[in-house]
Design a protein around this ligand. Sequence first.
Ligand code: SF4
Ligand code: SF4
Length: 323
Amino acid sequence: MNDEKPVNKPREYEGAQEIFEGRFSDIPFESPVSPTQLGLDDEIQFDCHPGISCFNECCRNIDIQVLPYDIIRLKKRLEMTSHEFVARHTLPFQMDAHGMPGLKLMTKPGTRECVFLGEEGCTVYEDRPTACRYYALGSMGVRAKDSSTVEDMYFVVKEPHCKGHEEPRRLTVREYRKEQGVEKYDEMNREWRDIILKKRSSGPTVGAPSGRSIQLYDMCSYDMDKFREFIQTPGFTEIFDTGQLEMDSMMADDEALLPFAMRFLKQVLFGEMTIPIREGAREARLEKRKSHIQERRQEDADEEKVSSAVYDMPDEGGDIKDK
Ligand code: SF4
Ligand code: SF4
């Protein structure tokens, strides 16, 4: 991506936590992001259509973060599991100092061209990711210090190759979002974004997540098929009370499953009681764990006895004295 204007973040948000949903996973120090912060009713001048001279130029130099709902749409379109999609079409990166895993859309070997760019343009257009829908806008969620609410902000991203800014059409950010079908994507990804922001702003109070929490975060964010299997295991169903109706819809539909995965993630990362726990489940689990530990100890003790016996056995002929 080309450098054009330095970023000038709004002063009142200094020190706040933010997450940027554009073609950049974070705002680079020098970037083409316009410093003007836009609201839903502000106007932009932009148009993009197949006849434009720069058609598809923006797909030849990408840096796109893939969000949870992007995966749900794309894996369905490509008729693959979420695990297959992630393995074949994304690359991992660390979203923050705590090592929270993020994913970027893969590029074709040796280039920065999107894997989904074909001769005629985007081959997954109806299910393209959030960042592609927004472009040439970027969206950012900002959570001010000591605030529980996250505010949405929008910015124009002006890159020299993009001639869409020279087109005469004017429309509001709200109209543009509607036209690009981004509202549904934002709605589905919002909880996830808010969790990331909360995790970042909680800092040392909550502390770095454990390896297990990161694994669960990874599954809840990017692998709905694995999460679906996980919530059917006895380890989950014996503890959490999901209700049969909710379970049925989650078995059939990733879009019902994702909000539930976000509820579970809040429980994992922040200890919020977002999913009811079955009566007596904690005690039963503790009891089970206790007897499991006892069994393990017994096994270890038995093993110890066997190995001591083997160790104490004389080597063949070793201790046998000649008569
Ligand atoms: S997914 Fe489609 S629109 Fe997005 S960068 Fe790739 S080819 Fe372009
Ligand atoms: S106008 Fe901009 S967004 Fe549209 S194809 Fe050209 S470079 Fe891409």
